[in-house]
Ligand binder design. Structure first.
Ligand code: SAM
Length: 262
């Protein structure tokens, strides 16, 4: 195992770099206690996305909104000629750019107190990294010339947004006919990120009805798209050497088909 160093990197960068690229380290080290499948969110979501692509869609561009450190973005290059990853965090986009440039980059896990351990993130040689590009940006205000796509993914992002409904409503117009849109979310709405009046769920409304995000997402998207699959994929974030968070993301796979448009 690599030696320990004094901590230099952001906690969130370390947690997500571990989730996207550190599974072989974390799986091996903690297999006695944590099921290996909890470390396979990125490959599992990527496989689901690539499998859901409808060959009837001729648009070979993909968009990963809130791409974080880019694990899913790079995997989409297996089937898409052009893949854009967009995120609001500069440190995450810098890691994506370094991985695009060199195919590998050092990442770090938070260990004990101020100590961290070095790991290596690597993009497989089979992936054509030149197909990927990364934009520092806000999903609430996408570049006006971003164009349309055959696949749009927004994984574990909607409950981190100021106005999730506005962003969800903008998704169908980003897709070409037969394009797919995949929304993953643990629906963990918190006032730290989303003002309560913008929550998609997690409360009882003025009419006494329970409002859940799963249903709100369906109501918003079903106007122009068809729900084709719902699955659950777990992931583990490592916060410290011996402290983890288990999250179960609900993944809705939508297709923009002419018959869905009301
Ligand atoms: C919980 S992480 C999930 C990342 C990744 N998609 C995944 O599933 O592993 C949420 C991501 O959304 C990004 N994000 C939050 N608000 C955003 C915004 N307004 N515009 C773009 N990205 C945003 C964060 O920087 C972070 O990378």
């Amino acid at each position: 195992m690599e030696p320990l160093y004094a901590k230099k990197h952001s906690g969130w960068l370390n947690h997500f770099a571990g989730m996207h690229y550190g599974s072989r380290y974390l799986q091996t080290r903690w297999s006695k206690f944590l099921q290996p499948e909890n470390f396979e969110y990125v490959p599992k979501l990527s496989k689901l996305l690539l499998g859901a692509v409808d060959e009837a869609c001729t648009n070979k561009r993909a968009l990963d909104l809130g791409c974080c450190v880019g694990g899913v973005t790079f995997n989409l290059a297996e089937k898409f000629d052009e893949v854009i990853g967009l995120d609001i965090n500069k440190g995450f986009i810098e890691l994506c750019d370094a991985l695009k440039e060199n195919g590998k980059a050092k990442i770090y896990s938070c260990e004990e107190g101020e100590l961290e351990r070095e790991m290596m993130a690597e993009i497989p040689d089979s992936i054509d990294r030149s197909r990927c590009s990364f934009i520092l940006g806000d999903v609430h205000a996408l570049p006006s010339d971003i164009g349309t796509f055959g696949c749009v993914v927004m994984s574990n992002v909607i409950d981190r947004l100021e106005n999730p409904m506005k962003v969800l409503k903008s998704l169908p117009s980003l897709l070409d006919e037969n394009g797919i849109c995949v929304i993953g979310s643990p629906n963990n709405f918190l006032e730290d990120f989303t003002p309560k009046e913008n929550w998609l769920g997690g409360y009882v409304n003025q009419d006494g009805q329970v409002v859940e995000a799963t249903n709100s997402i369906k109501e918003i998207l079903s106007d122009q798209m068809e729900l084709i699959q719902t699955v659950e994929i777990p992931f583990v974030l490592q916060y410290r050497s011996r402290a983890f968070e288990l999250v179960i993301s609900e993944i809705q796979v939508w297709k923009k088909s002419p018959k869905a448009i009301k």
